[in-house]
Design a protein around this ligand. Structure first.
Ligand SMILES: Cc1cc2nc3c(=O)[nH]c(=O)nc-3n(C[C@H](O)[C@H](O)[C@H](O)COP(=O)(O)OP(=O)(O)OC[C@H]3O[C@@H](n4cnc5c(N)ncnc54)[C@H](O)[C@@H]3O)c2cc1C
Length: 428
């Protein structure tokens, strides 16, 4: 039986970025990617809103997102890979309390020469026709909606075409001689003793054991290194081996509303924020519903990351919930933006975040020849390039990974045993 140098489980954005960077460094390595689906990036990668931002407070987040965005810029501007990057920016709306809490963070960031621009409530009201003041609105108060005090606009942020990024990694990996096998479902990871005795029932607990590959619906695949990049499904493969990864799945939903009326068209094509001449990716103060301009559809994508009591649950095909829009998103949105009154979504979809419950940052670690790359926690697209480079550095046993732009990143910072991740203060 062929033994690969590495088998990667999962052809989502993390598995593909890892595969590409690994093969890029080790041209001779025999690397196989397998996925249960029939094409690349069809699971949660396909469900992404495709938004990115470089403004983070934690050093880790910033390193991962900023270097990846610079790599995307390089691909598009210097190498002509069309990722349909749109630098629409992010517009973060705050109430008075939220803005006060953000002050030290923004001051700190200003010292590090981050670019951002503040808008006060009257400017926002004029530019966006947004309702900024809920004083006297009993209904809004009952719903706990916060008045808008300030907006912070971040220009180094925007939208990327996820499918084009997936295709880039997939085709580069194949060009380098990597192999991909779709329609291949991993049933379990195979563990054997390093020094097999040929006795039935091995491995015994007193033997030194390691992962030697995967059992699939198409037979066993042997590999020197088994790399699990299976997104929300990572724990299903690791739990049976007693390997903790601190990754849990949570449903997230997106509703698409057409900019049908003149007022909605005006909002979608709001001028004056970015050179794109459209509404930035916008986050409301409380609850922090976000909406993304979907220019190709002449629509807005609306979403909210609900927490308690939303279950941690792995679902094969999560469905959007009509009620979540009807009684949730719509009610809040129409208060802030009366332009959305009576607007129904024309399409919707749902996917799963693979949330790292420790700190919301990715996990990249290895034990017993089993590597884990996951827990992107809702920002895997914007960090995938850096994550792939760190995973490739871990594969080669290096202490530091070199991210795009020659930035060094300590590989063990994203491990579990020697984790060193700062808490993020700019959370959506
Ligand atoms: C609604 C929503 C909006 C989002 N918006 C953004 C955003 O704006 N920006 C951003 O950066 N991120 C966003 N994300 C997060 C982003 O989509 C993820 O972080 C990223 O796609 C994770 O990639 P992945 O490769 O880890 O997982 P996946 O894309 O899910 O890939 C995992 C792969 O593993 C395969 N697999 C699983 N189990 C097995 C098995 N047993 N055998 C074989 N194959 C297996 C699956 O088929 C799948 O293809 C969003 C996510 C959702 C759900």
């Amino acid at each position: 039986m062929v033994e690969y140098d590495a088998v990667i489980v999962g052809a989502g954005i993390l598995g593909l970025s890892t595969a590409h960077h690994l093969k890029n460094r080790y041209g001779n390595a025999q690397v196989l990617v397998v996925d249960k689906l029939n094409a690349a990036g069809q699971a949660n990668t396909a469900k992404s809103a495709g938004a990115f931002r470089c403004l983070f407070h934690s050093r880790t987040n910033f390193a991962l997102a900023d270097s990846s965005a610079e790599f995307h810029r390089h691909l598009q501007d210097d190498l002509g890979v069309n990722l349909k990057l749109r630098w629409t920016g992010y517009l973060w709306l705050f109430d008075e309390e939220g803005y006060k809490q953000m002050q030290p963070v923004l001051k700190d960031l200003a010292g590090k020469s981050f670019e951002c621009k503040e808008y006060d409530r009257s400017e926002l009201a004029e530019k966006l026709s947004i309702q900024t003041n809920f004083n006297g609105d009993e209904e809004a108060q009952l719903m706990g909606l916060a008045s808008v005090h300030k907006g912070v606009f971040i220009p180094k942020a925007g939208l990327i075409d996820v499918d084009s990024l997936v295709k880039f990694y997939e085709s580069e990996f194949l060009k380098l001689g990597g192999k991909i096998q779709y329609g291949t479902e991993v049933k379990n990871i195979v563990v054997e003793p390093r020094e097999p005795l040929g006795v039935p029932g091995e491995p015994f607990f007193w033997q030194d054991s390691r992962a030697v590959g995967v059992d699939t619906n198409r037979g066993m695949i042997r590999a020197k290194k088994t790399i699990v990049a299976a997104g929300a499904w990572v724990p299903l493969l690791l739990d049976p081996l007693g390997v903790e990864c601190h990754v849990k799945a949570k449903k997230r939903q997106i509703f698409s509303v057409k900019a049908k009326t003149d007022t909605l068209k005006k909002l979608l094509w709001t001028k004056g924020f970015s050179p794109v001449g459209c509404l930035p990716f916008t986050i409301l103060p409380k609850p922090s519903i976000y909406f993304r301009p979907a220019l190709e559809e002449d629509a807005f994508w609306l979403s909210y990351g609900d927490e308690f009591p939303r279950a941690f649950q792995v679902e094969e095909n999560p469905q959007p919930e009509e009620k979540f829009y009807q009684y949730g998103i719509y009610q809040v949105l129409a208060k802030y933006f009366p332009q959305f009154k009576d607007c129904q979504p024309f399409s919707s979809f749902a996917g799963l975040y693979a949330i790292n419950t420790l700190d919301g940052q990715p996990v990249i670690f290895e034990e017993n020849d089993l590597m884990v790359v996951g827990g992107a926690s809702g920002s895997g697209i914007m960090k995938a390039d850096a994550i792939g480079r760190i995973a490739a550095a871990l594969y080669s046993g290096e202490e530091y990974a070199v991210l795009y732009g020659d930035r060094k990143f300590k590989v063990s910072d994203l491990s579990l045993k020697n984790r060193n991740v700062e808490p993020e203060k700019l959370v959506i």
